[in-house]
Design a binder for this molecule. Sequence first.
Ligand SMILES: Cc1cc2nc3c(=O)[nH]c(=O)nc-3n(C[C@H](O)[C@H](O)[C@H](O)COP(=O)(O)OP(=O)(O)OC[C@H]3O[C@@H](n4cnc5c(N)ncnc54)[C@H](O)[C@@H]3O)c2cc1C
Length: 386
Amino acid sequence: MFRDSVRAFMKKEIGPNTDRWHEQGIVDREAFLKAGEQGLLLMWADEEFGGAGVSDFRYEQVLIEENARYGDAGFFMTLHNRLVGPYIGELGTHEQKARWLPKCISGEHILAVAITEPGAGSDVAGIRTRADDKGDHYLLNGSKTYTSNGINADLVVVVAKTDPQARHGLSLFVVERGMEGFERGRNLKKMGLKSQDTAELFFNNVRVRKENLLGEVNRGFYHLMHFLAEERLLGAVGYLAAAEAAFDITMDYIRERKAFGQAIAEFQNTRFRMADMRTRIDVAQAFVDQCVLEHNRKELSADNAAKAKLFTSELEGRVMDDCVQLHGGAGYMDEYPICRMYLNARVSRIYAGSSEVMREIIARSIGLDPRKKHSQPSSASSRSAA
Ligand SMILES: Cc1cc2nc3c(=O)[nH]c(=O)nc-3n(C[C@H](O)[C@H](O)[C@H](O)COP(=O)(O)OP(=O)(O)OC[C@H]3O[C@@H](n4cnc5c(N)ncnc54)[C@H](O)[C@@H]3O)c2cc1C
């Protein structure tokens, strides 16, 4: 029943806007308001803040799957719901939750997280944005880039250095729309995900009051690490859902399209490719579903999350490529959905921890950790440290 209602919502409120959002380079803010009206935002939040108190990750999985099939790939509701929202939900004080969560649940406020900087991506120790303690407030200076929901966002969780002497002396701050000195740069032009507002953010002497510090001062790095497994699982669910959607539309296409007097679907090459894709997707789905259940039990390990992210993002890329091939020239045309899906998929192997960073985590988990030789501490500076 939940899936049916989400599907109806995606078909009515999200999917029909895809072309317009693609052209304008940003999703309408109203999309979040409508999702809020349906009760689809931050479902895990306590009822006292307006949430449903439903933390079972499978509900989010349904949202992601239905958005991939019938919604819009650039509608980053999930980033709002389960990637950024939990920073407030888990690290926030009761006062902070009461201040911020209700409008995030209604969709009036949209969330983003800003970690990456021009000089610091995989390696978060390279973060230069700093927040200096000025007594009753912090003074925030620096810049961020590639921030998803960056233009639409009303609340941005910003990672900044608070202890310049310590390699991991980072803290998290909630920067609010309208704060003096907080400015947005370009809505960046991308290869795919055209409707997603991926932006630059600038902070010039922004006075951030102490009440907007999230979690413990100088513990930001460890707070980030805490949320990485969930972030990777979200990614894995999404990449697999996109692969499944590509498979479905390709199945429709190859049955319709004819060459040499027969449907494309009848060629042995087509049947074998589809069989391979079906097998890979099904096998991956079994592992991802297992990870979802582990996550529900709070038992999802960093290396299993990394395996799920690595495998599904690589699988998605391969499926998209095969699906374009089976579409022939039509697959290269923007008017066919597979064309955009192919372009959208390329980033899955890069963001939320690149495939190389995932391999690093997995290699360490099987005892291949070159740092151990030099008796280094187990934490590292990269997003691979979880
Ligand atoms: C569309 C989009 C949306 C994004 N949204 C957000 C967002 O909302 N918030 C945010 O903070 N960031 C966001 N990012 C940033 C994203 O997380 C980074 O791009 C990603 O972490 C990679 O960092 P980088 O771009 O600096 O690449 P680099 O770290 O410079 O990596 C370059 C290459 O080197 C490889 N490499 C790096 N380290 C290692 C290593 N230790 N071993 C082997 N190879 C390595 C990488 O895998 C990659 O192939 C987004 C990026 C994109 C493209």
